[in-house]
Design a protein around this ligand. Sequence first.
Ligand SMILES: C[S@@+](CC[C@H](N)C(=O)[O-])C[C@H]1O[C@@H](n2cnc3c(N)ncnc32)[C@H](O)[C@@H]1O
Length: 348
Amino acid sequence: MATDFQKGYKASKLTFESDRITFQNEVDNFKFSPGIMEVMMDWETPIMEKMAELAVSEGDHVLECGFGMGILSDAIQARNPASHTICEFHPDIIPRMRTWAEGKSNIILHEDKWITVDNGRYDAILMDTYADDDLHYRFREFCNRKISKSGGKITWWNWSGGETDEYMKFYWKDGVTFTDVAVDPPTNSYYNLDVYKVPIKTLTPHPTGYGILDSSTISFADSTTKTIAKVHDESIITCLDPSNPSLVNKNPTRSMSMICKGVYVINNGLLAVTGNHIMIVKRDGSWVEKNMNEVIVGDKLYKIDNTEVEITQIDFDSSETKYTVSRLLIDYNYFANDILIKEGGTDG
Ligand SMILES: C[S@@+](CC[C@H](N)C(=O)[O-])C[C@H]1O[C@@H](n2cnc3c(N)ncnc32)[C@H](O)[C@@H]1O
């Protein structure tokens, strides 16, 4: 639901000057900054250029959120993206964006909030909105859905100017790099430091269809079992390395489910696994990790009772049947139907 500040911003008449866009903030509950507020200023040009340089490569499919003065849009265009989708929701800015886009063949305009972009995946997502209620809560999940299957770069306006998540709350603890840009802003309502750190998160999405059939069971430390989808933060039996086996009790954070078609069925139902899930198999005398679609008859699996099970049959179900599959978010390898499989990662 839109806050008063967002509604107030969207309803306000913007003032356009050569070096800035401003508006009169008349929203009562935004008392810390009443009066004239800057939405965008041209001192940010070196920042916008650095964002484009770090996030966009030639031939990328790019999603840009917030047109403003079009400075970032120009910087993205200079890098020759294959497609460049721009989201903008303010009625005073949309006509300017349309004029800017005229004659540019790789531009797709989305004249609404970025959260309503429902098609496509992108190699780069550049976020620079204002008075945006969706950002803190939904941007991370949005990026997980919208980034291209082979991964990509994400960058955003860094309100703190430092290397903290204190304002954005994306909770990307790992994999964010920061690049300094020297700036010289005139006094304004949003950023007054002389260094700005451009954040870049490189996101590698989990392959689709990553998991095991929902009916697979997980063994608990107290000798009980549960189907994988029902496991949440309880002590389960794990084993990091079958070549040096020891059973360790660990708590996953949760399980994640998804619907997919096409699963591999091992030994007539011993375990049903998607092609991308990683299995731990003994091949030529050594334990190795293989995507399920590379596992072959003759490979051996490690069982919870410290024995080995030879794979004698692998069937691929290529029907249109849709299965629910799950994986556990845990940093240890775990047993499904008593068979050791690779841990499911920690979600981005
Ligand atoms: C800081 S300006 C962007 C400046 C731009 N990067 C540039 O180089 O000029 C923020 C822009 O985001 C737009 N905006 C705010 N919330 C938005 C949303 N949810 N979806 C799309 N655009 C939004 C604003 O109307 C404004 O044009």
